[in-house]
Design a protein around this ligand. Structure first.
Ligand code: S3P
Length: 450
């Protein structure tokens, strides 16, 4: 299966001594929001370090289709925004490809406008639940036409004036929180989002940076109450996007499990809502040195020096899941090389990512000789330090289900397994990390077409 182009399998083989210094491409979450908020704000937004993956480019195209002017000069993306409240009706369906974030956030951004906007995507996105965003939009007065089960294609039409709502987010989802807040931008009055479990806070931070009147109150039990005043002015900004911690996870875990490795990863976003994997790996005994921690554009950033480490299994606290939700596939791979058992719980959201990641990971691990148990919302992995017997000698391929993180995780696994690990398609890695193959082989990883 592929996301349009023909599927291209890839195979990773046991490697040694990964070494070098790399700079990870820009954070995907911040890159999407940079295009959206820049496209919406009045005046010019200048972005450096933007992730130029397919997902983010689709968000840029959607903003262009709604009136934003976007160009690139040298390394800088320059956006002339339309001004808050002034998006234009798109003439054709907005195609978000593989990207849940682009699609769901834009549904909030434009759904409350008094015109039709239609949303489509690839085979993976078309299977993903949109009701989590459509439900609050309906409460705001948006008319929704959707395929069965609130799936794509979806057409939204806003009312003359949307209702400001108070919405308690029912699952730990930054996309849902963000969609409601973005709908609130073009709604009179105060839109309130109650977030019982904190998720990545890029929308709140960045909207405040663009001049939105937004407050966050944290109650004693950790519940966050976010209030946004609608119809305010947003003003273009200068943004330098830090490196994506979710992409960092792949060379990082590779360096830990491949013997003799010493890799430095520069300019990694260290926002505490995103660093759960690093903390977990450190608890497992990983040698990850956080070098030169600093603030850049209001975000914590640091360089990471990572050396091969003997890992031990741990029990990952359930409440940590939101800060590492995209990293469980590659954590499961690290766990496959750890001594003892790693227990991961509270994984219900993994079932509705680009694929059902819980079953895709369990199937891939099992295919490659790892002892693991898939529960309804949990995964237990029993590791084999040294990777003896792991991998698949006759080259059976892991089914990636159009999921970039499944493909990258299993390619990392093959670098430390006794036998090679093959994935059925690597093309969709370009949605989030187009430089992955070149960066990994540059460090000494043996990855090739089978
Ligand atoms: C994202 C939120 C998360 C994450 C996704 C990016 C965002 O999704 O998995 O990759 O940028 O807001 P959920 O909101 O569905 O948890």
């Amino acid at each position: 299966m592929s996301h349009g182009a023909a599927a291209k399998p890839a195979r990773a083989r046991r490697s040694e001594n990964l070494s070098g210094t790399v700079r990870i491409p820009g954070d995907k979450s911040i890159s999407h929001r940079s295009f959206m908020f820049g496209g919406l704000a009045s005046g010019e937004t200048r972005i450096t370090g933007l992730l130029e993956g397919e997902d983010v480019i689709n968000t840029g195209k959607a903003m262009q289709a709604m009136g934003a002017k976007i160009r690139k000069e040298g390394d800088t993306w320059i956006i002339d925004g339309v001004g808050n409240g002034a998006l234009l009706a798109p003439e054709a369906p907005l195609d978000f490809g593989n990207a849940g974030t682009g699609c769901r956030l834009t549904m909030g951004l434009v759904g409350v406008y008094d015109f039709d906007a239609t949303f489509v995507g690839d085979a993976s996105l078309t299977k993903r639940p949109m009701g989590r965003v459509l439900d609050p939009l309906r409460q705001m007065g948006v008319q929704v036409t959707a395929a069965a089960g609130d799936r794509l294609p979806v057409t939204l039409r806003g009312p003359k004036a949307a209702n400001p709502i108070t919405y308690r987010v029912p699952m730990a989802s930054a996309q849902v929180k963000s969609a409601v807040l973005l709908a609130g931008l073009n709604t009179p009055g105060i839109t309130t989002v109650i977030e019982p479990v904190m998720t990545r806070d890029h929308t709140e931070k960045m909207l405040a940076g663009f001049g939105a009147n937004l407050t966050v109150e944290t109650e004693r039990d950790g519940t966050r109450v976010i209030r946004l005043e609608g119809q305010g002015r947003l003003k273009g900004q200068t943004i330098d996007v830090p490196g994506d911690p979710s992409s960092t996870a792949f060379p990082l875990v590779a360096a830990l499990i491949v013997p003799g490795s010493d890799v430095t990863i520069l300019n990694v976003l260290m926002n505490p809502t995103r660093t759960g994997l690093i903390l977990t790996l450190q608890e497992m005994g990983a040698q990850i040195e956080v070098v030169n921690p600093r603030l850049a554009g209001g975000e914590d950033v640091a360089d990471l020096r990572v050396r091969s480490s003997a890992l031990k299994g741990v029990s990952v606290p359930e409440e940590r899941a939101p800060s590492m939700i995209d990293e469980y596939p590659v954590l499961a791979v690290a766990a496959a090389f750890a001594e003892g058992e790693t227990v991961m719980k509270g994984l219900e959201e993994l079932r509705v990512k680009e694929s059902d990641r819980l079953s895709a990971v369990a199937a891939g691990l099992t295919l490659n000789g790892v002892d693991c148990d898939e529960g309804e919302t949990s995964l237990v992995v029993r590791g084999r330090p040294g990777g003896k017997g792991l991998g698949h000698a006759s080259g059976a391929a892991v089914a990636t289900h159009l999921d970039h993180r499944i493909a990258m995780s299993f390619l990392v696994m093959g670098l430390a397994s006794e036998h090679p690990v093959t994935v059925d398609d690597a093309t969709m890695i370009a949605t989030s990390f187009p430089e992955f193959m070149a960066m990994m082989t540059g460090l000494g990883a043996k990855i090739e077409a089978p």
